[in-house]
Design a binder for this molecule. Sequence first.
Ligand code: PMP
Length: 410
Amino acid sequence: MTDAATATETRDLFSKFDPLINEREALLATGVRDPYAIVMDQVLSPTRAIIKGKETILLGTYNYMGMTFDPDVVAAGKKALDEFGAGTTGSRVLNGTYQGHKEVEDALKEFYGTSGAMVFSTGYQANLGIISTLAGKGDYVVLDADSHASIYDGCAMGNAEIVRFRHNSVEDLDKRLGRLPADALKLVVLEGVYSMLGDVAPLPEMVAAIRKHPNCMILCDEAHGMGFFGPNGRGAYEEQGVEGEIDFVVGTFSKSVGTVGGFCVSNHPKFEILRLVCRPYVFTASLPPSVVATAATSIRKLMHAGEKRAHLWKNSQRLHKGLSDLGFKLGSATPQSAIIAVILTDQMQAVAMWQTLLELGLYVNMARPPATPAGTFLLRCSLCAEHSDDQVTQIIGMFEAAGKATGAID
Ligand code: PMP
C-alpha cells in the first residue's frame, strides 16, 4: 500500500486536528510538562495548592476576591447540600425553581440595583443564551474583535450578522455602526475588562459613540470586573459612571464570586420573557442548591468588600511595577485590572518560562493563539485579594529567576 493510500484511508473527521496534534507532540517531546494537564492534588486556600507534592502559589485562578474558602460561603453550601440535596436534576422551566435560585437572583438584583436577574449554569451559557436570543436573523451584533469565545458563539447560534471593530477603538466602533442600516436592530457587546491582556474598555467614550446611532442596545460582560471595580463592585461600567446606559450586564460566578454559574441583569420591562425563549436557559439543568447558596452568600459579602478591593489594587500595582522593572513586556502600560499578562512571542520560551515558574512553586496560566491577540503567547497572572504582601514579593522573585534562566529577560 502506498503512503498516499494509507493517508486516504486514515482520513476521518479528526484529520483537521493533525497540525495541532503534531505541534503538541513536538512540544512535549522536548520534555516540558503539558501546561493543560496540571492536577491540583490539594487546594489549601485561595492562593496555595499542592501540585506534584510541591506547595505552589496560585496566580492563575481568577479567584479575584478569594471567596472560595470564605467560611460563610462554604457553610451556606454545606447547609443547602444537607437541606436540598445534591442537584436539581433538570431545567427550572420543567423541574421548577428551588428557593436558592430565587435567593441568588434576589442577591444579584440587590447587588446590581436592577429589576431583573436571570441565572444560567455558566457564564458561557449566559452569553450564548442572551446574545442568541436577543439578536436573531436580520439583526446585527457589533462586537470588539478581542471578545470572549462565548460572545462569538452566541452570535453564531443566533444567526445575527456579526460586525467586529478593532479592540477598544472608539473610532472604529463609530465608523462601523455608521455603515449599518439605520432601521436595523443592533446589539453592541462590550467587555468591561478584557481577560487576555487585562486592559479596560473606554466605556464612556464607547457609549457616546453608540448613542449617535439609532436602534442600539448595549450589553456589557463584566466577568472580570465584578467584585473589584466600582464603589459597589458591580464592574468597570460602574467605576466609569455609565450605569444608566448599559441595557444588559452579563457576568459569571466563576471568578470573584468563587463558584460556578452565570447571569444576566437588566432593567428592561420585558426581561422576564427571556426565561421562556432562551434555549441555553430552558434546555439545560439548573445549578445545584449548594452552588446557588454559596453564590448568594458570596454576592452579599461582596457588597461590603471595600478593604479587600483596596488590597487587590495594591497587589496589582506592586506586581505590575515589579514585572515591568524586571524588563518584562506586559499587556497594559499601567495596571488596569487584577490581570497582569506577560507577553512572549516565542512558544518554546513561553512554555519553558511557564514550566520553570511551576518548578519554583508558582502557577500561572499559559494562553496561546487563537485565544490570544496577534499570535502572542501569554503568561497570565490573575491576582487575588488574599495574596499577602509577602507572596507578591515571592512571585516577583520567581519571575526574576525564571526570566533569567530562560533568557526572557537579561
Ligand atoms: N465572559 C468572559 C469575558 C470570560 O472571560 C469568561 C470565562 N473566562 C466567560 C464569559 C465565561 O464564564 P464561565 O467560566 O462562567 O463560563
